[in-house]
Design a protein around this ligand. Structure first.
Ligand code: GLU
Length: 351
């Protein structure tokens, strides 16, 4: 099987250190297996749109040396795309998502929902009061085809939801980091696939793109683990083969709380601006969730050495503590290595 992996950020304005870790592990996995590393931009949430974010993201990855094989690039200040699975920017793929949503409506795996936000809020409040997990009650699933048609023609706003059948029972999948993961279909909400603004949700766009871009391994942060069963149901509804999944451990503050902006900076650009060497930053981020294993105590790695040493089987489940003292230590090591390289390259060749 040929390896094709992707880094699929939403361009929110800066590259998060967690995003850099995901990009790096995807890059290393692709290089290790002679595969293809793709950059895909997930920009269908128009509320989160930030001007110039895409350009700065591409520049950050390039500056760090994580060159992608397919996806958007900068040609001067213009964004161009390379690769034959494009477009790689989701807002340019809206027709495809509509097409696949229609396919699910036609084969009975999805349905139109006209419920207002007031009704959904009330439903949620009632369920919470009864200590039930909030979920949609499938009211619109029983609407007749004629009624759906009439309401659409009357201009009523609607969303398209996935029909999660309780009878599907337990969804079981193997995660390359976490091993076997199980969740019962009754604990999965009828996920919105298409929003009333005509844009797909993350779930639909992500699965359609991973399929069409022939992604072999989905390597992403653990915060996406609860989405994976929904994605598996979508692969089943389309009759598509699933990729392999690997969910990378959470990044934690030294007090073991989830890494937040409050306790430290999370923007990669800020570290580089403060003068940290990119080699040190990459080395530091590589060790957030991975170790070389087999009794190796090596801690200082170049990007090339990481490409050689990286093994997805040595990514661990436990949260990875983001300890800036380690970054400082690696930065001092890299500075020394860099200056000795400069010194060597300044030596006359006959010496
Ligand atoms: N757009 C998601 C993010 O911002 C991608 C998650 C995934 O890789 O599936 O991280």
């Amino acid at each position: 099987m040929s390896v094709r992996v992707r880094f699929a950020p939403s361009p929110t304005g800066y590259l998060h250190v967690g995003g850099l870790r995901t990009a790096l592990y995807n890059y290393l996995f692709a290089k290790k297996h002679g595969g293809v590393f793709i950059l895909r931009i997930e920009d269908t949430d128009r509320n989160r749109f930030v001007d110039g974010a895409l350009e700065s993201l591409i520049r950050s990855l390039e500056n760090l040396g994580l060159h992608h094989d397919e996806g958007p690039y900068l040609d001067g200040d213009t964004i161009v795309e390379r690769g034959d699975h494009g477009p790689y920017i989701q807002s340019k793929r809206l027709d495809m998502y509509r097409h696949y949503a229609d396919e699910l409506l036609a084969n009975g795996h999805a349905y139109h929902c006209f419920c207002t936000s007031e009704r959904l809020e009330k439903l949620r409040a009632d369920q919470t009061a009864l200590k039930q997990a909030p979920r949609y009650d499938k009211q619109c699933l029983s609407l007749s085809k004629d009624e759906v048609k009439r309401r659409i023609e009357a201009g009523e706003p609607y969303v398209i939801r996935l029909d999660v059948a309780f009878e599907r029972g337990e969804i079981v999948f193997h995660d390359l980091v976490r091993g076997q993961v199980k969740i019962h279909a009754k604990d999965i909400d009828d996920q919105v696939l298409m929003k009333s603004d005509g844009f797909p949700t993350y779930h639909l766009a992500n699965v359609v793109d991973d399929h069409l871009m022939e992604i072999s391994h989905v390597i992403r942060g653990e915060e996406w683990l609860p989405s994976t069963p929904k994605h598996i149901l979508l692969y089943e509804a389309f009759g598509w083969e699933q990729p392999e999944f690997a969910h990378l451990p959470l990044l934690l503050n030294p007090d073991k709380s989830k890494l937040s902006k409050r306790q430290g900076d999370v923007a990669v650009e800020d570290y580089l601006r403060k003068g940290y060497l990119k080699e040190a930053l990459i080395n530091f981020v590589a060790l957030l969730g991975w170790n070389p294993g087999q009794g190796s105590t090596q801690e200082v790695f170049s990007l090339e050495e990481l490409t050689f040493a990286f093994d997805i089987n040595h990514v661990h489940k436990a949260g990875a503590v983001f300890d800036l003292r380690k970054l400082d230590w690696l930065d001092r090591k890299s500075t020394r290595l860099n200056s000795s390289h400069e010194w060597i390259s300044r030596m006359p060749s006959s010496a």
